[in-house]
Design a protein around this ligand. Structure first.
Ligand SMILES: [Mg+2]
Length: 244
């Protein structure tokens, strides 16, 4: 529980407002399952063509034609590519083109409704209460601002983007550096002490506190056990207590 009298609540996403398992159990299986249909219907899009070219370069080839052992556009080429993609998924590859293709498939999945973000059940009711008390709600996540907007626009509880007044990503700096939090405070025009940062990672909270933020550790089902150090602990967002 934490008593908070400031003006802005800043939330991490994974392990804080959304289960860690969502990425592993929903996002990754979706990318694997949706790839074939994505190639059937989207492979001619210029951004998809660019990403396939990047994947060829990541593999050390100068073009898709010089990468794929089968004639481009053939069924054999598609099956080969699907196996290649699954192989990269199994190895949890961090290659640029592969990650970009995953991102495009997820984007398509969110837009089509095949993919919906899962939030912990206390999040939306607590956010409504905070907003009606005049607080601002913002996000700081290592996922890009664009990916964050996509995520909150397509949740199981609908489009939550109107509830959020700002998004921050690693263009503000690493979540484990105090300077990043100082930059966020400056960007929103508030004193650090007016901001509460909630995350499941103690090192991020340490950095936020160093910058003068209030901090609270999200302890959620599925999170690895963390020593809260001296940070407040929340098992739901309802444990953020506002002044009466
Ligand atoms: Mg997290």
């Amino acid at each position: 529980m934490i008593r908070f009298e400031g003006r802005l609540l800043l939330f991490d996403i994974e392990g804080t407002v959304s289960p860690l398992a969502f990425v592993r159990e929903v996002m990754f299986p979706h990318a694997r399952k949706a790839l074939r249909g994505f190639l059937d219907h989207q492979a001619d899009r210029p951004d998809v063509v660019d990403v396939l070219g990047q994947m060829a370069r990541d593999a050390g080839r100068n073009s898709v034609k010089n990468w794929c052992p089968h004639p481009i556009g053939s069924g054999a080429a598609k099956e080969w590519f699907i196996r290649e993609f699954e192989h990269l998924m199994e190895g949890d590859a961090k290659l640029t083109g592969f990650k970009q293709l995953q991102g495009l498939i997820w984007e398509e999945g969110f837009r089509s409704g095949a993919l919906q973000a899962t939030l912990f059940p206390d999040v939306v009711p607590a956010w409504q209460k905070f907003l009606s008390s005049g607080l601002l709600l913002q996000i700081y996540s290592s996922g890009s601002v664009q990916a964050q907007r996509l995520f909150f626009a397509h949740t199981q509880e609908g489009d939550l983007t109107p509830m959020l007044s700002g998004h921050h990503d690693t263009t503000r700096g690493s979540k484990k550096e105090a300077a990043s939090y100082a930059t966020i405070a400056l960007a929103v025009g508030m004193a650090p002490g007016e901001i509460l940062f909630v995350s499941d990672i103690v090192a991020e909270l340490d950095a936020a506190r160093e910058a003068g933020f209030a901090t609270a550790l999200a302890v959620r089902p599925g999170n690895p056990e963390a020593d809260p150090s001296s940070h407040a602990i929340l098992s739901t967002l309802e444990e953020i207590i506002l002044p009466a």
